[in-house]
Design a binder for this molecule. Structure first.
Ligand SMILES: NC(=O)c1ccc[n+]([C@@H]2O[C@H](COP(=O)([O-])OP(=O)(O)OC[C@H]3O[C@@H](n4cnc5c(N)ncnc54)[C@H](OP(=O)(O)O)[C@@H]3O)[C@@H](O)[C@H]2O)c1
Length: 270
């Protein structure tokens, strides 16, 4: 029986992925920081409890000998500090789960021999195209994981003689609590734009099916849910004109954040 490991199994997308793989007859190892987590037989066959922080945690996960490893656990800023500043503890834990730990797992997979093929799927985000003050830590972590996968993936593929494949899927907004986090910093006008996006977002089971179809098709290294047109513009602006991109984000903060209207505007346009 094929074995899939899914991190973040207690979350919106992890649960939907687990349910779908169970339906397809896989042995599903769900990973959570929690012990005694409900869902056995529904979204996972077996639970692996892990803080997902250290090299040893990564080694223990790989010892479970999966055919497929979906690094889905992720965190967004559910709380922010005064004037919208990121909270230090959250910066640390978000960077760890969104970027450094998945990167350590992939590196560790490259340090051991595999007698069967292994696919390691990172769950990124369409937020990885450009930085944003409305989800700065999240965007940075998702950009970083995308860069790491694209940079290390070819090395690992060839060094493992094609046995280990690092692929990355970028979901868009999914109906659920995580999609709402950017509103912490948005003013009423910005909130309306976000609400429209979240209201139109697909349910997790639809996204999970799309991801699994993409994984099983085996074609392409990076899979993507449709990106809104504005995301594409920001992405190109950022890569071709980084200084202008910064200015646009400054303007965005003034116009769409809860604090923008209070600012002294003299120093703006350097
Ligand atoms: N929802 C969206 O709109 C959206 C859009 C684009 C991309 N994504 C990506 O899709 C993935 C799943 O999102 P989701 O909506 O299912 O999120 P979710 O409902 O918040 O679930 C994420 C799970 O990750 C685990 N987790 C959170 N912080 C962690 C930490 N610091 N260390 C270890 N585990 C942690 C939690 O599991 P435990 O508490 O059980 O450990 C949590 O249940 C994430 O990578 C996310 O960035 C989501």
């Amino acid at each position: 029986m094929k074995r899939v490991i899914i991190t973040g199994i207690s979350g919106t997308l992890g649960k939907a992925l687990g349910e779908e793989y169970l339906r397809e007859g896989w042995h599903v190892i769900g990973v959570s920081r929690k012990k005694d987590f409900e869902g056995k037989g529904k979204s996972f066959s077996e639970l692996h409890t892990s803080p997902q922080a250290s090299v040893e945690d990564a080694a223990r996960l790989l010892d479970l000998n999966p055919d497929l490893l979906i690094l889905n656990a992720g965190q967004i800023e559910t709380a922010i500090g005064e004037e919208g500043l990121p909270l230090t503890e959250m910066v640390e834990s978000m960077n760890r789960v969104n970027y450094t730990w998945p990167a350590v797992v992939a590196t560790e997979a490259g340090n051991r021999p595999w007698d069967h093929p292994l696919e390691i799927i990172a769950i990124g985000s369409i937020a990885d195209g450009a930085p944003s003050p409305f989800g700065p830590v999240y965007h940075a972590g998702k950009i970083a994981i995308h860069y790491f996968w694209l940079g290390v993936g070819p090395i690992l593929y060839y060094s493992s003689k094609g046995k280990v494949k690092m692929r990355l899927y970028r979901p868009g907004a999914i109906k659920g609590p995580l999609a709402w986090a950017p509103v912490n910093r948005l003013n009423e006008k910005g909130y309306k734009i976000r609400k429209k996006r979240v209201d139109g977002a697909p349910e997790a089971d639809r996204v999970a099916k799309d991801i699994i179809k993409w994984i099983e098709k085996g074609k392409g290294w990076v899979g993507t849910w449709d990106e809104p047109f504005t995301f594409r513009i920001f992405k190109h602006l950022h890569s071709f004109f980084p200084n202008l991109s910064y200015k646009v984000q400054m303007l965005g903060w003034r116009k769409a954040s809860k604090w923008g209207a209070q600012m002294n505007t003299d120093e703006h346009d350097r």
